[in-house]
Design a protein. Structure first.
Lengths: 180, 106
């Protein structure tokens, strides 16, 4: 945890310093919203609603933050659980490691970044969350396990499956482009 | 899995980063926070309690308080109280009000 975050958190806990909490939100809102947009498959409105709720829950539970993980990681954990909870309220099947992927979204634009975005939407939520934390946000498998509340073995399985799927999809599209 | 594959995935994912403007997001969060009174600092309350206890234990204060209580109780029975006991009681009540107000305003 950065010294700046530690100082701000202390001020919120000791004095309910609203300016300090606003600074925490400003600092971490971008990464949190981006993480949720990845989980929601690009649904920015849903992601922002969940992100707001994430910070409200963080405010209420700030006393339980132990400081062993980065503050941003703690927020990712809250965001992930909120997203899972929100999906369980829908009539869709419960999302787990073997759940069907979301729809692919808009058509391919032929760019690598576009293909990767599209491919990520083909992963299950858990695979997407693990890939995001481990490869985008440099979490170790152990850190991702703690943040997401998943057993370490499950995290490793999701990483392996996620990478296999991504490799297969990107390869398929690359070959399709070569033959086009 | 290959290290270069991991590095490719890591670099490409980081390349997807897009700056997300705050665009009022923080303000919307702050608007939804509960009122400040629901998350009050306990420090001044604790300090006031400790100060009160220390005050009660300090001999001069304790003597004055006990004398006040005795005089008030006997005064009620006999129909009169001393000015000193009223002043001491007033100071105790004023101090309690001050602590309560200070704790509320924080």
């Amino acid at each position: 945890m950065s010294l700046a975050d530690a100082d701000l958190i202390a001020r919120v806990l000791l004095d309910d310093d609203r300016h300090a909490f606003a600074q925490l939100v400003r600092t971490h809102q971008g990464a949190t919203r981006a993480f949720l947009r990845r989980l929601t498959g690009g649904d920015a409105a849903l992601a922002d609603d969940l992100a707001q709720e994430t910070f409200l829950r963080a405010y209420r539970a700030l006393g339980s933050y132990k400081g062993t993980a980065r503050f941003q990681s703690w927020l990712y954990g809250i965001a992930y659980r909120l997203f899972i909870s929100s999906t369980r309220k829908k009539t869709e099947p419960v999302l787990d490691g073997d759940s069907p992927p979301e729809t692919a979204g808009p058509a391919r634009d032929g760019t690598l970044s576009g293909d990767l975005e599209r491919a990520l939407r083909q992963l299950s939520v858990d695979e997407r969350a693990v890939i995001e934390l481990c490869f985008h946000h440099d979490h170790t498998h152990e850190e991702a396990s703690a943040v997401l509340g998943m057993p370490l073995g499950t995290v490793k399985t999701h990483v392996a499956r996620g990478k296999t799927k991504l490799r297969a999809l990107l390869q398929d599209w690359k070959e399709a482009d070569a033959h086009a | 899995m290959h290290d270069d594959e991991d590095a490719f995935l890591r670099d490409t994912l980081k390349g997807l980063d897009r700056h997300i403007d705050d665009a009022g997001f923080t303000a919307r969060v702050m608007d939804q926070l509960p009122p400040r009174s629901s998350r009050r600092s306990v420090a001044p309350v604790v300090a006031a309690v400790i100060a009160s206890l220390l005050g009660m234990l300090a001999p001069p204060v304790r003597t004055a308080v006990m004398q006040t209580l005795v005089e008030l109780s006997s005064g009620w029975m006999e129909g009169g109280v001393t000015l000193a006991s009223v002043v001491v009681l007033g100071m105790l009540v004023w101090g309690a009000i001050g602590v309560a107000v200070a704790g509320h305003e924080r």
